[in-house]
Ligand binder design. Structure first.
Ligand code: FSX
Length: 367
């Protein structure tokens, strides 16, 4: 009997639900494309996943707004339904599970016992260290629940900026003493999937990678998967040609904004924000904030909320181009080109080294 035919395997479950091999292969092709893997990996992924047992997943939610769960329910490739029913066994999730109270806690305890060392722990929300009673579940503090559940996990996925860096709860003055998952757990592989909330297909793509390879994807120095966080929003933004030409909207309702010019001067944080919004987009690939007329607010970067005003331009181009554009459009365009050249050379060097470019570095170069 092939592994994919064994009772309890994902393959057997797919067959039972009437999913054909061809359909599953198509699904795997979409996922490999999303993960920037070679097309040949689709077959490997199909074999690996269908022969495996459904992955036990425990999802803990701490100090957060439930935006991350809201977001994952919008996943289109794979859909949440695919994941829950076909690929994983979501053994604990406050918002999505049917069980409540003691039954829910029993489900967490038995998933931990039955899958010791093998289950995947997903965490959204930050952990309050100021006082254990600031946030509790079933009378257990967030800290205690995290430490207890992390112990037997194979790996941890911190989803959302709250879990990855502290996020909104950690914003000054950080009244609860909020910290991130990696501030507490030091002895487990942690994949950071920041964003407030994160892009749905990025969350599910990370899960699909783990299911296929049984390992975590290649991460950058902030623990983020390089396949999704390797480039800035600015690098892939469709308004980028306007930036390069020095064409900027000055207000949200001016003619330049109507023409779709660059939103940099209105505070767009795209140049220093690493995420896949411009390519993966949202709502089944429909759009992303910049496409709907608002600059990127940098929600997937550390210190989001504490990094400065949302509507103030990042650095020099505001004053440089204001002066130059006042005199001549051509001069403004030239400024854009020069700035772009500096930023690009910085970024390509950083990319080669898999380093990050910071606001400070861009500011320094552009002065
Ligand atoms: Fe935080 Fe997520 Fe922002 Fe909200 O769970 S990342 S506040 S979208 O909900 O944690």
């Amino acid at each position: 009997m092939k592994p994919s035919e064994k009772p309890g395997s994902v393959g057997a479950g797919l067959k039972q639900r009437g999913v054909t091999r061809r359909e599953f292969l198509e699904f795997c092709t979409a996922v490999t494309a999303m993960l920037a893997l070679p097309p040949s990996m689709a077959k490997v992924m199909a074999e690996a996943i269908s022969g495996a047992r459904r992955q036990s997943v425990i999802w803990l939610s701490f100090q957060e707004c439930t935006g991350c769960t809201e977001s994952i329910t919008r996943s289109h490739s794979p859909t949440l339904e695919n994941l829950i029913f076909d690929l994983i066994s979501l053994d604990y999730h406050h918002t999505l599970q049917a069980a409540s109270g003691e039954a829910a806690e029993r489900a967490r305890a038995s998933a931990m016992k039955d899958n010791e060392g093998r289950y995947l722990l997903i965490v959204d929300g930050s952990i309050p260290m100021g006082n254990p009673s600031y946030s509790t579940i079933a009378g257990i503090s967030n800290y205690d629940m995290l430490v207890e559940t992390a112990k037997g996990a194979a790996a941890i996925v911190a989803v959302g900026t709250c879990a990855t860096y502290g996020g909104l709860p950690k914003a000054d003055p950080n009244p609860t003493g909020a910290v991130s998952v990696s501030d507490i757990v030091k002895d487990k592989p942690i994949i950071n999937v920041p964003g407030c909330p994160p892009i749905p297909v990025v969350m599910t793509g990370v899960l699909a990678h783990f299911l296929t390879f049984g390992s975590i994807p290649e991460l950058d120095d902030l623990g983020r998967p390089k396949s999704f966080y390797g480039e800035t929003i600015h690098d892939r933004c469709y308004r980028r040609p306007f930036y390069d030409q020095g064409k900027f909207a000055e207000s949200f309702d001016d003619e330049a904004a109507r023409q779709g010019w660059c939103l940099f001067k209105l505070g767009c944080k795209g140049p220093v924000t690493y995420n896949a919004c411009a390519t993966a987009k949202w709502n089944d690939g429909t759009s992303f904030p910049i496409q709907s007329g608002h600059g990127c607010i940098g929600c997937s970067e550390p210190n989001f909320w504490g990094a400065g005003p949302l509507y103030k331009a990042l650095s020099m181009p505001v004053s440089a181009n204001t002066a130059m554009l006042g005199g001549a459009v051509a001069a403004g365009a030239a400024a854009g080109v020069v700035i772009t050249w500096h930023n690009r050379s910085n970024k390509s060097a950083a990319k080669m080294a898999h380093d990050k470019v910071t606001v400070q570095e861009l500011t320094r170069e552009e002065k």
